[in-house]
Design a protein around this ligand. Structure first.
Ligand code: ADP
Length: 187
């Protein structure tokens, strides 16, 4: 089963994705984590990505499409995976559709984590104090929320048309949200 976690920055995709991946025994593919590791290691990918990430902007598709292709080609993502942080643009969504299609697969479920903007801001600001992520500055947080609305939120319509979107209220306790997700997935 291929599951996409969709939602604004701070909506809990990473937290819920981790729980879900463990419960379903699937790999979670998180482009943000892959990029942050590349930045830490100073690889060519990391060097290209860093300034976009620090500003809260999307890393250009010219850089990301290759990364996504590589991740989807990984043998442990052959029968299923949890996607966290991608696709984030129309071009990325198209690549995911085509690549899964080439393997006789498709995206089965899209979980849309729904959290009010004030709470997103609260969470991102709180995390900034704890984790010190370089894109958790007030300006970058603002940009990330705007970029989500502009570039990523429109993908929802594309998946709604296919009837695979499930809206998940993302404000309560972590456990309750995880249980709701399991109920939706029926496992
Ligand atoms: P958040 O959801 O909190 O913004 P992520 O870890 O998903 O956190 O992303 C952090 C940053 O990494 C983004 O602002 C962007 O610069 C980059 N990034 C991650 N995934 C992608 C992607 N699929 N396409 C483009 N940029 C990405």
């Amino acid at each position: 089963m291929f599951v996409l976690l969709l939602g604004a920055p701070g909506s809990g995709k990473g937290t819920q994705g981790k729980i879900l991946a463990e419960r379903l025994g699937l790999r979670k593919i998180t482009t943000g984590d892959i990029l942050r590791a590349a930045v830490r290691e100073g690889t060519p990918l990391g060097r290209q990505a860093k300034k976009y990430m620090d500003d809260g902007k999307l890393v250009p598709d010219s850089v990301i499409l290759g990364l996504i292709k590589e991740e989807l080609a990984n043998p442990d993502a052959k029968d299923g995976a949890i996607f966290d942080g991608f696709p984030r643009t129309a071009a990325q969504a198209e690549l995911v559709d085509t690549t899964l299609g080439e393997h006789g697969q498709r995206l089965n479920r899209v979980l849309l984590l729904d959290v009010p903007e004030e709470e997103l801001l609260r969470r991102l600001t709180g995390r900034a104090a704890q984790e010190g992520r370089s894109d958790d500055t007030p300006a970058a947080i603002q940009t990330r929320l705007q970029v989500y609305q502009r570039d990523t939120a429109p993908l929802v319509a594309h998946y709604v048309e296919r009837g695979i979107v499930h809206r998940v209220p993302g404000s309560g306790p972590v456990d309750a949200i995880a249980t709701e997700i399991q109920r939706i997935l029926g496992r």
